[in-house]
Design a protein. Sequence first.
Length: 94
Amino acid sequence: MPRVPAVRREDLPPGDREVYDQIASSRGAEFARQGPFGVLLHSPVFAGRAAHLGSYVRYEGPMPARHRHLLAMIVARSEEHTSELQSHHDLVCR
């Protein structure tokens, strides 16, 4: 059982549901309920800004994609996230 309950879309005020919808559409509905955004959505403004920063780093930043995936692999390995490690390994080896 999580220590901090996930935010459900229907519990958010109408104005904050747009942030939830943007995160769910770009990262998947499960991701909006679990993981970091499950907690961050307790502050929808913060969650939206964190999502924007993540998108910038992943898609718009100056770091080449191969380096981003290698960095993700290093972090995944150090944290023992084998599925994340494998998914980025597959992308790097293309």
